[in-house]
Design a protein around this ligand. Structure first.
Ligand code: MG
Length: 374
C-alpha cells in the first residue's frame, strides 16, 4: 500500500467495525473487507446481473461483475497515484453494485414503484443492507461486519429521512459533509467505467454506430488521435484504441484536478476531508465532455427501442413477481418468510427479488405464471 497521505483512511484513523473483532494477522482491515466482499454470495450473483444488455444477449457484454472489476481497476489506480488507501478503494468499488436488482435500472425503477408506501427501494441502501444484514456467512454476526468507511463509501446517496434512521453513517448527509477521498474516487471511477464500456458494448451490439459517435467530442477527438497513430486499423482495434484513450484522458484529467484541489485545500487530516468541498473532481471542461457523452448514451443507447423492449419486459417480470409474493407470502422461500415476520412482507419480497439474477428472475416468473411449468 506504500506511504499513505495523512488524510487517507487507514486502520488507525478508522471508525472501525460495528462489532469489534481481533485484528487480522497478515492483512490490513480494509484488505479483509475486500476479501469478505469477494467471498460473498451477492458478489457472485453480479455475474448474471446486467446494466444495459441482458445476460443471454451475448457473452461479450459487460455484466455487473466485470463492471465492478473495471471500476475497481480505475479506482485503485487513482487512489494509489494520490497516496490514498487503495485497499479501501477496491473494497468500495467491488461492493458498490451489490444491491442492484436484476435487469439494471429498469429493475430498480420497477421495484421502487412496487415499494411505494412500504419505504421505497434504492440500490445504494440495498447494497448496505446486504453487507450489514442479509449475507448469512458468519457465526458471530449477520452481514459482513465491514469497516465504517467501507460502508460509508457504499452509501453514495441517501434521503434525509433515511439518513436519520442510519445514525452515525447517515449523519454526513444531514450535515453536508463529504465522505472519504477513497469513496469520492469510487463514485467517479464508476462513471468513467460505465460511460466508456457502454460505448464499447453499444458499438459491439450494433445499437450504436461509429457515425453517430462522431458527434461526441470525447470520442471523435480520441478516434482522430488513434487514426493518426495507426491509420489502417480494423474497426475492433480502432474502437479499443479510442476507448482506452478516452479512459486515460478522463483519469489523467481527474488526477490533475484532484491534486490541484488537494494542494489548494491542504487537508491535514481525514476530518479536514469531511469538512471540505469535494476534492476528487474533473475539470469543468472534462465534466462538460462527460455530460455530452452521457446525454448521447441516454438518447441513442438507453432509449434505443431494442433496449426499451427489454426494459418493458423487465418491469413486467418484477412487478408480477412482487404482486404474487405480497398477495400470498407463503410462496416465498422460508428464509424470506422469516424476514417477512421480523420486518414486513413487502420488504422481504424486495430483498428476495433484488437478490435474483436476470435469469433466475425469469425462471421464477415462469415457475409462478407459466402453465405446464413447475
Ligand atoms: Mg456501478
Amino acid at each position: 500500500m506504500g506511504d499513505l497521505a495523512p488524510y487517507a483512511v487507514s486502520d488507525i484513523n478508522s471508525n472501525g467495525r460495528a462489532l469489534v473483532e481481533p485484528r487480522p494477522k497478515a492483512r490490513s482491515e480494509f484488505q479483509r473487507d475486500r476479501d469478505r466482499i469477494v467471498h460473498s454470495t451477492a458478489f457472485r450473483r453480479l455475474e448474471y446481473k446486467t446494466q444495459v444488455f441482458v445476460n443471454h444477449e451475448g457473452d461479450l457484454f459487460r455484466t455487473r461483475l466485470t463492471h465492478s472489476i473495471e471500476v475497481a481497476q480505475i479506482a485503485r489506480s487513482i487512489a494509489r497515484a494520490l497516496r490514498l488507501n487503495d485497499d479501501l478503494t477496491e473494497a468500495i468499488a467491488l461492493a458498490h453494485d451489490l444491491g442492484h436488482t436484476p435487469f439494471g435500472h429498469a429493475g430498480q425503477d420497477a421495484l421502487n414503484e412496487c415499494m411505494q408506501g412500504h419505504g421505497g427501494f434504492e440500490h445504494n441502501l440495498q447494497s448496505l443492507r446486504i453487507v450489514d444484514r442479509l449475507e448469512e456467512r458468519y457465526g458471530a454476526f449477520d452481514g459482513l461486519n465491514l469497516m465504517f468507511e467501507t460502508r460509508e463509501g457504499i452509501l453514495k446517496h441517501c434521503s434525509p429521512s433515511r439518513a436519520r434512521e442510519l445514525g452515525e453513517l447517515g449523519r454526513r448527509f444531514l450535515e453536508g459533509r463529504q465522505p472519504s477521498l477513497e469513496a469520492q474516487i469510487c463514485n467517479l471511477a464508476d462513471e468513467i467505467a460505465y460511460n466508456n464500456h457502454d460505448v464499447d458494448d453499444g458499438l459491439r451490439s450494433g445499437l450504436l454506430t461509429l457515425e453517430q459517435l462522431e458527434q461526441v467530442s470525447l470520442f471523435s477527438r480520441h478516434a482522430a488521435e488513434a487514426d493518426a497513430e495507426f491509420p489502417r486499423l480494423s474497426t475492433r482495434r480502432r474502437v479499443h484504441e479510442t476507448v482506452r484513450r478516452m479512459i486515460d484522458a478522463q483519469v489523467t484529467d481527474l488526477l490533475a484536478e484532484s491534486a490541484r484541489r488537494i494542494s489548494a485545500t491542504a487537508p491535514g487530516t481525514l476530518a479536514d476531508v469531511h469538512a471540505a468541498t469535494p476534492l476528487i473532481a474533473f475539470t469543468d471542461a472534462m465534466r462538460a465532455e462527460n455530460r455530452a457523452l452521457k446525454i448521447f448514451l441516454r438518447d441513442h443507447l438507453y432509449q434505443h427501442f431494442q433496449v426499451l423492449r427489454m426494459t418493458s419486459k423487465a418491469r413486467r417480470i418484477i412487478c408480477d413477481l412482487f404482486g404474487a409474493f405480497v398477495a400470498d407470502p407463503r410462496l416465498l422461500p422460508p428464509q424470506y418468510q422469516e424476514m417477512a415476520a421480523s420486518e414486513s412482507v413487502p420488504r422481504a419480497t424486495a430483498d428476495y427479488i433484488a437478490g435474483m439474477t436476470d435469469r433466475y428472475s425469469t425462471k421464477e416468473y415462469r415457475r409462478l405464471f407459466a402453465v405446464g411449468e413447475m
